[in-house]
Design a protein around this ligand. Structure first.
Ligand code: CA
Ligand code: CA
Ligand code: CA
Length: 213
């Protein structure tokens, strides 16, 4: 599979419109499930990050700042993990971007700690977050200046908050059910999830499994 880029540019004929050139493709591995951009090596240019489910890895390409990207570097995130969503933030407060991915098969998120050059330490650190994880975003949800994570579980129909401790560790914060067809009062067709859906709560199934010190 490929990551395709369209480089935008201003139209000379219509100053208020924009246009895109032909797409540029980069091999992103089989079963690419997520993409993200961030400046991983502090050169001021955005870099490409892709999650590759088939190889249980994250693929990084450093940007040249002109719309082109360098060769790929793959970072393994764990056996039978099948990473999906990607979040980039500095989770251990060393000034370097780190990568967290939500794994669809392993019930964990994997965190890769960056060294500021586009390279990440291995092995990835695992934190339990539920089943069937897909979406993941980083933010400071409790206003303690330390980056946290919100992770969606399609199996449990929840959004789980993992609170960052600022040293690369996370602890369970909260677990918010996402309304199912039944839960949202939307009705549903006979035999659909709305007809026999579950409430989505799976409290108690979350814990930190791999602490960094
Ligand atoms: Ca960069
Ligand atoms: Ca960091
Ligand atoms: Ca926080």
């Amino acid at each position: 599979m490929t990551v395709m880029l369209w480089l935008g540019g201003a139209s000379a004929a219509l100053a208020q419109t924009s246009s895109f050139g032909p797409p540029v493709s980069y091999d992103s591995g089989n079963s690419t499930t997520g993409t993200a951009v961030a400046d991983l090596n502090h050169d001021g240019f955005l870099d490409l990050i892709a999650s590759v489910a088939d190889s249980d890895s994250v693929r990084v390409r450093l940007g040249a700042g002109d719309g082109t990207f360098g060769p790929e570097a793959d970072f393994y995130v764990g056996f039978f993990s099948a990473p999906y969503g990607i979040a980039v933030a500095d989770f251990n407060n060393d000034g370097n971007p780190d990568i967290a991915v939500a794994n669809t098969l392993s019930t964990t998120i994997s965190v890769l700690f960056g060294d500021g050059t586009g390279t990440f330490s291995l092995p990835a650190t695992q934190f339990s977050a539920g089943f069937g994880l897909q979406g993941i975003v980083a933010g400071d949800f409790n206003n303690d200046t330390k980056m946290d994570l919100a992770v969606t579980s399609t199996s449990d129909s929840t959004v789980t908050i993992l609170l960052g401790l600022g040293n690369g560790n996370f602890v369970y914060g909260s677990d918010t059910p996402i309304p199912t067809w039944e839960g949202c009062g939307c009705g549903g067709f006979p035999g659909s999830p709305g007809e026999h859906g579950h409430s989505g709560s799976s409290a108690g199934s979350y814990r930190t499994t791999n602490n960094r010190h």
